[in-house]
Design a protein around this ligand. Structure first.
Ligand code: TYD
Length: 150
């Protein structure tokens, strides 16, 4: 038997990707959701940014972070987010104002299939720092392999 047969594969950042549902207070006057820092997301929120007026067919993202955690959601409209650690992939459709996907560092994300009027909101654990980004996919593959000690 191969020595690795019984050894579970080490967890990689993609295993930490999960969907988060925020509280939703339903009301005939309109619904309300809220997010508390370090309570509804597993990090203190240092930055919020949003993407809007996305032309049909455009993609956003196309990068990974070294340190920054992110919770990404569609507060209006919908879009797909494709996440990979370079080996396995997860695709999540964000289409509800109280649903987010948690994106750990070391995961490459691509956003696409935006419907008209979509507003994508991101909550981030870090201030903006271009040095935290990996924007080259080949560089990311090497980085991800190093994380797995390959
Ligand atoms: P970019 O990371 O390419 O956007 P996307 O989320 O689609 O990947 O960012 C676009 C530009 O905006 C880039 O020049 C960096 C700048 N930017 C900031 O200045 N602060 C921020 O918090 C973010 C997310 C981007």
């Amino acid at each position: 038997m191969h020595p690795d047969m019984n050894t579970p594969k080490a967890a990689t950042p993609i295993d930490q990707v999960r969907e988060i549902e925020f509280p939703k207070i339903c009301d005939p006057r309109g619904n309300l959701s809220f997010v508390e820092s370090a309570r509804h997301v597993p990090f203190p929120i240092r930055r919020v940014f949003y993407i809007y007026d996305v032309p049909g067919g455009e993609t956003r993202g196309g990068h990974a972070h070294k340190k920054c955690w992110m919770a990404l959601m569609a507060i209006a409209g919908s879009f797909d987010v494709r996440l990979t650690d370079g080996r396995s992939e997860k695709v999540v459709r964000l289409n509800r104002a109280n649903k987010a996907v948690l994106i750990p560092p070391g995961v490459w994300d691509t956003m696409s299939e935006f419907t008209t009027g979509t507003v994508a909101l991101a909550l981030a654990s870090e201030f903006y720092d271009e040095d935290d980004y990996i924007r080259d996919y080949d560089e990311f593959l090497t980085y991800a392999a190093n994380l797995r000690n390959e």
